[in-house]
Design a protein around this ligand. Structure first.
Ligand code: HEC
Ligand code: HEC
Ligand code: HEC
Ligand code: HEC
Length: 448
């Protein structure tokens, strides 16, 4: 009798244990929508400010945002249905973009227009019921979710009339963010590595975390009837979709090697590019679709402009870092049912400009923006945190140039999605709007 009881007890505790520790792919369908509180409930009378901040952040739109909807329903879902290698992304995309839909096993969830609970995206109760992650490296939604009356947070001794509050050291770490901000493709290639880049860089060593730049700390209270506190975590989550966050990320300084030149002579301009603002690489995250490029233009005393092309350095894979008119993204033909798809223009930025990027390559070695179809990478020419890169522009002064002052302007631009891709897929063009990150000018004198 005792023995039977013992086995029964062992069985029960093992099931409870595995139930609690389900994470990543194996957590699919392990919960119900009703296990999670709606964000409107958190925000209605207690956490009004956080709710309004979160509403304005991409976190609340990770499932509904037009480009996310297009990529998921037009590309990822049909691709998953055709190619067994990537079949897992049909559910997996939502492990990060709509965690409660994923945990509820709702695959694929109703489209955003249906206004289902999947639209809650990365909600309050997603993050505040996470207790840790499974494994050694946070990635691919391997957070452990334990929904219920208990909310986990950073504030020791917090008391709430609405729920139980438990202090969670985990919420003060970058690893919490890493569970969704590191991603591996079905080909076992890192296709998002914001947390890993941060970990390798200088900020992690100084104890500066994601929260310090994306959830800044201010004096105030964390709930409407809460006491005043010196350091309340703001729920801003501002990033690539906030032009103010992107502006000034890099500083530029450009100088010539001579100040007085005659037509026919050569002058070399050197531009130093310093990443002063990001805690990870720039660009990071969805690097398959982010464009960061340096454009240099000279203007003579009569206002005529000349485009200067970047000097080649000769490193392997450099061709991906210099803007051209070549075609790419042919693998979109698979989900879109276009046999022998020729592809579309790769960059859509002026030819000869330097692009700071990490090319994602499909199983056939062609550039892809379908990050889940990434089998390898090209050269990583992004700008690391606090890194300075040097680019040169050697230029032969044209014969017909006007004498006098020649102003040379270096401008760094940033764009979330290549223009040709946005146009092709019908993504609203605001998603492909170039932002001027920074610029610097220098002057030389043309003598004749
Ligand atoms: C449950 C998954 C998940 C967790 C945990 C998570 N994020 Fe995110 N985060 C997302 C998703 C999904 C998006 C993308 C939204 C979009 O553009 O579709 C995102 C977007 C962002 C953005 C970009 C906003 C923009 O304007 O482009 C920032 C910044 C960000 N998260 C910071 C953080 C920080 C800091 C943490 C940790 C405190 C964190 N995230 C934890 C899923 C998560
Ligand atoms: C020292 C400040 C700093 C730290 C630390 C930092 N970031 Fe950022 N982050 C920025 C800035 C500035 C930008 C805007 C430029 C850009 O988009 O890369 C940014 C952009 C982002 C974006 C938007 C990228 C995109 O293209 O959609 C995400 C997501 C993000 N950070 C997440 C994180 C996460 C996760 C961590 C911790 C692992 C972190 N950040 C640490 C400053 C920081
Ligand atoms: C992407 C994950 C994420 C989402 C979504 C999120 N939070 Fe938080 N929240 C955090 C983290 C991380 C902290 C602690 C930051 C720290 O101390 O470093 C926090 C802190 C808090 C705190 C305590 C603040 C303090 O400093 O005392 C409250 C209250 C809170 N969140 C409520 C909310 C509410 C309400 C929502 C929805 C409107 C929400 N959170 C959405 C991650 C999240
Ligand atoms: C491991 C978590 C994770 C998985 C899995 C994931 N994403 Fe994301 N996704 C993010 C995060 C975080 C961001 C935004 C921040 C960034 O750029 O790093 C993002 C950004 C995006 C963006 C760009 C949003 C913008 O506005 O520029 C699209 C589109 C997108 N994801 C679609 C998908 C699709 C489709 C899938 C499945 C094939 C998928 N994601 C799988 C975490 C994930």
């Amino acid at each position: 009798m005792k023995k039977i009881f013992y086995f029964f007890w062992l069985f029960v505790s093992l099931t409870v244990y595995t139930q609690e520790k389900k994470a990543g792919d194996e957590a699919l369908g392990s919960r119900k929508y009703d296990d999670f509180e709606k964000p409107g409930v958190c925000g209605s009378s207690c956490h009004i400010d956080f709710y309004q901040q979160w509403k304005q952040a991409m976190m609340s739109q990770a499932y509904t945002h037009h480009w996310d909807e297009i990529e998921y329903f037009k590309l990822a879902v049909p691709h998953a249905e055709k190619d067994p290698k990537v079949a897992g992304v049909k559910a997996g995309c939502n492990g990060c973009h709509s965690p409660i839909a994923f945990l509820a096993g709702d695959v694929p969830p109703p489209k955003p227009e249906a206004n289902s609970r999947a639209n809650e995206s990365v909600s309050c109760d997603v993050c505040h019921t996470i207790t840790g992650f499974k494994g050694d490296i946070p990635y691919n939604f391997n957070y452990i979710s334990e929904p219920g009356k208990t909310k986990y947070g950073n504030r020791e001794g917090a008391v709430s009339p609405a729920h139980k509050t438990v202090y969670s050291q985990f919420h003060k770490t970058a690893e919490l963010c890493g569970t969704c901000h590191n991603e591996k493709s079905p080909y076992d290639v890192w296709v998002k590595s914001t947390h890993l880049e941060w970990k390798e860089g200088p900020y992690s060593k100084e104890g500066v975390k994601c929260q310090d730049c994306h959830m800044t700390f201010a004096k105030g209270s964390n709930a409407s009837m809460g006491p005043e506190l010196p350091d309340v975590a703001q729920h801003l989550f501002h990033g690539a979709h906030d032009p103010g966050k992107v502006r000034g990320v890099v500083e530029l300084r450009i100088h010539p090697d001579i100040r007085e030149v005659e037509p026919g002579e050569k002058v070399k301009f050197t531009c130093a590019i310093f990443n002063q603002k990001t805690g990870h690489k720039f660009p990071t995250g969805s690097a398959e679709e982010r464009l960061l490029w340096l454009h240099v233009e000279a203007k003579d005393s009569k206002g005529k402009t000349y485009h200067l092309k970047v000097d080649k350095k000769g490193f392997a894979g450099e061709e991906y870092t210099i803007a051209t008119n070549t075609l790419a993204y042919q693998d979109m033909g698979i989900p879109l049912n276009i046999p022998d798809f020729k592809g579309i223009q790769r960059d859509g930025v002026p030819e000869g400009d330097r692009i700071f990027r990490l090319p994602y390559l499909d199983p056939q070695g062609r550039m892809t923006i379908m990050q889940w179809n990434t089998a390898s990478h090209g050269v990583d020419y992004r700008i690391g945190p606090r890194e300075t890169k040097i680019e040169t522009f050697t230029w032969t002064i044209p014969g017909d140039i006007a004498p006098g002052n020649l102003t040379v302007r270096a401008t760094m631009y940033y764009q979330k999605l290549p223009g040709p891709v946005a146009e092709f897929l019908g993504v609203p063009m605001e998603e492909a709007e170039p932002i001027e990150v920074n610029f610097h000018e220098t002057t030389i004198n043309i003598v004749k």
